[in-house]
Design a protein around this ligand. Sequence first.
Ligand code: E4P
Length: 219
Amino acid sequence: MKIFIDSANLKQIEQANDMGIIDGVTTNPSLMAKEGVYSDTEEHYKKICELLENVEGHVSAEVISTNYYDMIKEAQNIAQIHRNIVVKIPMIKDGIRAIAFLSNKNIKTNCTLIFSPIQALLAAKAGATYVSPFIGRLDDISHEGMNIIESIRLIFDNYSFDTQILAASIRSNMHVLSCAEIGVDVITSPFDVIQTLFNHPLTDLGLEKFLKDYKSLNS
Ligand code: E4P
């Protein structure tokens, strides 16, 4: 399972990459706005791609157009920024049409804002490189987000789609565990959740005891 960081913060991306377990990055317009990046988005995406060059990590950059022609124009511009850019396209009718066009041009796409398995099926049929089902936002409205992940895995396996399931809107360590058990291809997680993945109190206690015992013999 690949692990992406869901962030547009250069420091977080660099720190996460230094952990040695990061395979890529996802951003969205809200995350970009959080970093105060409004105009020079191209430069910012380029910096993120360069940070991940050691792993040739895919970096998702989202279009803000919502009609077919503007979307493909914007997507082609975004795709030129760096070889590892994946263009994020929203799950709307024009978006699916744009994904079909871009996939024929060998431009990598990530179909975002997926909230049902059928939406994922359409994106896969259009040739999306990734589909991004949003787990946390479904949980927020009392729908079990993990159910659509299971259903998408089943559908993609039924038809041997190449499209990768990129589980998004991850809010907890438990989301990551369930995704791994179901067998998603990628999870994208905020920096704070990634940090929790390393922790277990018994590891800390065990290490403390090992070091204490070692020192007692060597002092
Ligand atoms: C996906 O690529 C999105 O950027 C992201 O996971 C959305 O997460 P949120 O629901 O925490 O905003």
